[in-house]
Write a protein that binds this ligand. Sequence first.
Ligand SMILES: [Zn+2]
Length: 333
Amino acid sequence: MLHPREFEPADTARYRARASCSKALESEGLPVQTASPGLRGALNGRRVKRIRRSFGCCAIAVWTALPALAEPPVPIFDAHLHYNAEAVAAYSVPVVLDILRRNNVRAILVTSTPNEGTRMLLAATSADLNVVPFVRPYRSDADRANWFRDPGTLTLLEAELGRGAYRGVGEFHVFGDDAAGEVIERVVDLATARELYLHAHCDERALELILRHNAAARVIWAHSGFSVPPERLERALERYPALRGELSYRYDMTSSGRLTAAWRRLLLRFPDRFVIGSDTWVNERWERYDEIIAWYRGWLADLPEDVAKAIAWSNAEAMFSAPMTRRAATQQP
Ligand SMILES: [Zn+2]
């Protein structure tokens, strides 16, 4: 009896041979690489795939991959990571560290419901992984709808902040005039007095109110407003010089995997104002973590090397590398 593979048409066999060639490269741990050296090569696997396809030859593919040996992919600062109770139950800390390591994620801004998950990852800080913890004003998911009008929020924050180490408050959700109340005003003042960032998933109106409470507040705008179009995001970045935009779920940034012209222009105009994140708010996002980071690496490769590196790593790193002033670290508002 013939082996089933002997019935395959010639082009299928060629495809299989090429695929096994690529697999062999990947199993050797060879990073993807463009024809030209530099960060674009380290970021982007699409071009080497095109080269492999056009030459169809393992020898050429090996030759193009060789310079990449000295060039690991650019490190990522994941500035929007959750380790919620659901994830804690499904992904142990060593498994999480493996996921981060294989994506060359070397720093994380972590927040969770409840805050225990954040503390578990903080305890895993190492020379290979910088962990920046944010305190979340939620005891459970139910608090998401009420935290901004519940005086108990301040008690929760004070108790958590008393443990030290936190560099921000969030990610929290608030929309429209819900951001006008006294509780959120006190949260904004408390965070600002302690030099803590606010990681706000909010709309434009709530952003305006938060910064009206305290113009010195340092806000990371989760998802950069989620559905706020690039031209309105540009106005916000002009109006609030300290505002940072985080880019998870901004799938409007790309078309067929390439940056749109509007987003490219915006990123080039404000190269030091954006950070990236995975937003692992449900386990499905943990399952797709590799794909999410690959999406970032895909469009980062469309940017000049220094801009890509800033957005992938340096912007977030600069925000948290400076220690807080002694006054902020000890101040009790
Ligand atoms: Zn989130």
